[in-house]
Design a binder for this molecule. Structure first.
Ligand code: WTA
Length: 651
């Protein structure tokens, strides 16, 4: 079936790193024939080792895999210092503020700032190798500088997205036992200041005795509460620090960072990444998937609080010696042409964003792209959720002018970097399809028995061999690590990494991701666990029971739909209650988790053993016909009752 295939453009292929499918298959064969040799070659070529590694892959304690044991390196050296010979005056970070402020840091300036910050962490806050530092930061250069400063001295950072609430921040601080929190007074959004420091103050009110200090970067200059002896000004302290700082030699497997993400059950888990394996793949995918060239300007619109921001705003681009844009604002301010204006102004060559943003920009400003010269663009990326064919087409025609490759990159917080993606110069693309695994990634779609699923049938998206940038552990919870990722799927009798996603392969071998098979929902490309949202809703005093499911949403991909059972239904003002429930969610998690729909129901559909039948609730939310067998329910009539309530009263 060859219709609807977009062949790679000749001008991209001719000087791409991987020029055609023959080269792709050759690399895949190389990895298949000598897996360790394949990775050893790249690790030697790409990483500036302080001491070479002795062993490529150690599987003796699977699934706690170890890569490049014996090697010593430093990720900040890999991302900054090693470029000072050849790229010292090249722009490393271009910052554009919400208000149009601009700041450009060359590699030399970045090295200077990272070193001063690293010295400040060491000297003023006694941060040592292995200590955890929480960063609760807006999208300003100091966020990237602080990440790299941690890496320079071997501290483990845990960036918490600035949209998370005090409660969520507190949970993450406590779980990681962070010694230092780096934040800012706030920042700017849609032309107005917003605040972060007060959220840190709230988070630290109780239970965070581990935190010895808060280091505050000034960004918006608003008044903030100051606690003497705990709060310190970044801008003041940094003045006295030396711009020279030796890189801490780190073992390949020393943790580089933790990043909390949602699972299908319980609290968010601290995904732990390594130093060598992570940075190797961040750099390789940056080069392969975006087909990076020396003079390119690359822009990823994510936030550093998510894995996309870690790997593809900070670590990947800088390891590859690229120029990366950090944008503080939102794509729709002052109007829906902001991104395209920036593409023209900075002559952006690679633009990487989430399908949600594409849908929104299409809806709010279909005419905007025409007002700008977007001819510098070569590669357009999408990430975080499936892209629908309509959004794909608009992106391709209106933003790429039919001349750009679209890379639909499939990956996860846990995978560290891209797993399945087209290669701009090589892969014939089918719209809205992640296409093929990247060279070296053994991605397979299998069934319960570990057999490949037939063409066109859904199966489990697994990675059947360990890869360098994979999650190493869940912080403080190794059992959960094993259970969450290596408990469900086996191949040849051995547990293999299961992503939690379903997928399908077509007759040409193309992979389409069909979405999560667990209770994780994907709202605007952000991962949200239904269990987390339910736990928040239950904190409302009137709530007796709750079940949360995802529901397709025109812009956000998925919206959150909650079925709530109240303790008493006497005289309750339903609308006010729905608002209150969303306020509790804002307090417990953050605005990103508020429900689009809240319906009040007399009971939930439960099996006789008490298990909530979410599939039924999912179907009702979607307005689908109920095909599931309801006869095993404790009260089968509840399904009809809920259906009629949903049909008459979604708020
Ligand atoms: C989903 C984001 C379809 C998937 C990098 C995965 C995608 C989850 C795609 C990870 C894609 C990510 N097509 N679905 N191209 N990329 N996903 O950890 O369900 O925030 O498991 O990492 O997003 O979300 P996470």
């Amino acid at each position: 079936m060859l219709q609807n295939i977009y062949q790679p453009h000749e001008e991209h292929s001719k000087d791409a790193r991987i020029k055609n499918m023959e080269e792709y298959h050759a690399l895949m064969n190389e990895a298949n024939t000598d897996y360790e040799g394949f990775w050893a070659k790249y690790a030697n070529e790409k990483i500036d080792w302080f001491k070479p590694f002795d062993k490529v892959l150690d599987e003796s304690n699977a699934p706690f895999y170890r890569w490049f044991d014996g090697g010593k390196l430093n990720v900040a050296h890999q991302c900054v210092d090693r470029h000072l010979d050849s790229r010292k005056n090249k722009a490393a970070i271009i910052f554009e503020g919400d208000n149009g402020d601009q700041r450009i840091l060359t590699y030399r300036e970045l090295a200077y700032e990272v070193n001063k910050t690293a010295n400040m962490f060491k000297n003023q806050f006694d941060i040592k190798k292995g200590d955890r530092v929480v960063l609760y930061m807006p999208m300003i250069p100091e966020a990237a500088i602080s990440m790299l400063a941690c890496a320079k001295i071997g501290a483990i950072h845990s960036v918490v997205f600035g949209g998370f609430s005090a409660e969520a921040l507190k949970d993450r601080i406590i779980d990681a036992e962070a010694k230092l929190v780096v934040t800012s007074d706030g920042a700017f959004r849609k032309g107005s200041p917003y605040m972060l420091k007060p959220v840190v103050d709230d988070a630290l009110k109780s239970g965070c005795e581990c935190v010895k200090a808060v280091c505050v970067v000034e960004r918006n200059g608003e008044d903030i509460h100051w606690e003497d002896g705990r709060d310190y000004s970044y801008n003041e302290l940094i003045k006295n620090e030396s711009p020279v700082c030796d890189a801490e030699p780190m073992d390949s497997e020393d943790p580089l960072f933790l990043l909390y993400t949602s699972g299908s059950t319980g609290k968010p888990k601290g995904v732990q990444h390594s130093s060598a394996g992570y940075i190797l793949w961040a750099q390789m995918t940056m080069e392969w998937v975006f087909d990076l060239k020396e003079n390119d300007t690359y822009w990823c619109t994510a936030d550093v609080g998510w894995i996309t921001g870690h790997t593809y705003i900070v670590y990947g681009p800088l390891a590859a010696g690229a120029t990366t844009i950090m944008f503080e604002g939102v794509p729709t301010f002052p109007d829906a042409g902001r991104c395209w204006k920036m593409v023209e102004e900075y002559q952006v060559n690679q633009f990487y964003t989430a399908p949600t943003a594409i849908r929104l920009l299409h809806k709010m400003g279909a005419d905007e792209p025409k007002k700008y010269n977007l001819s510098s663009l070569r590669t357009l990326g999408t990430v975080g959720e499936p892209i629908d064919p309509a959004a794909w087409k608009w992106y391709y025609d209106e933003i790429g002018n039919g001349k750009c490759a679209i890379v639909d990159t499939y990956w996860q917080t846990e995978t560290g970097g891209h797993m399945i993606s087209p290669l701009p110069g090589a892969t014939p693309i089918k719209p809205a399809c992640a296409t093929f695994p990247l060279p070296g990634i053994m991605a397979e779609i299998i069934d319960e028995n570990g057999e490949p699923t037939p063409i066109g049938e859904k199966g489990f998206m697994c990675i059947t061999k360990p890869w360098p940038s994979m999650i190493r552990d869940i912080w403080n919870d190794s059992d959960r690590f094993v259970k969450s990722y290596f408990g469900d799927c086996k191949k040849d009798g051995k547990p293999v990494y299961f992503t939690g996603d379903g997928a399908m392969i077509d007759e040409d071998g193309y992979i389409t991701i069909t979405g999560r098979t667990d209770d994780v929902i994907n709202v605007s490309g952000h991962r949200m666990g239904t269990a987390e949202v339910e736990a928040a809703v239950k904190k409302h005093a009137s709530v007796a029971a709750v079940a949360v499911v995802g529901k397709p949403h025109e812009i956000k991909g998925e919206g959150i739909f909650a079925y709530v059972v109240l303790k008493t239904d006497d005289n309750v003002a339903i609308e006010a209650l729905a608002k209150e429930i969303n306020n509790v969610i804002k307090q417990e998690i953050g605005a990103i988790a508020v429900c689009d729909d809240i319906v009040f129901v007399p009971d939930l559909p439960k099996t006789r053993s008490g298990k909530i039948m979410r599939r039924i609730l999912r179907s009702i939310a979607k307005g689908e016909e109920i095909t599931q067998d309801t006869s095993t329910l404790e009260d089968p009539s509840i399904v009809k009752t809920i259906e009629s309530i949903v049909n008459s009263c979604t708020i």
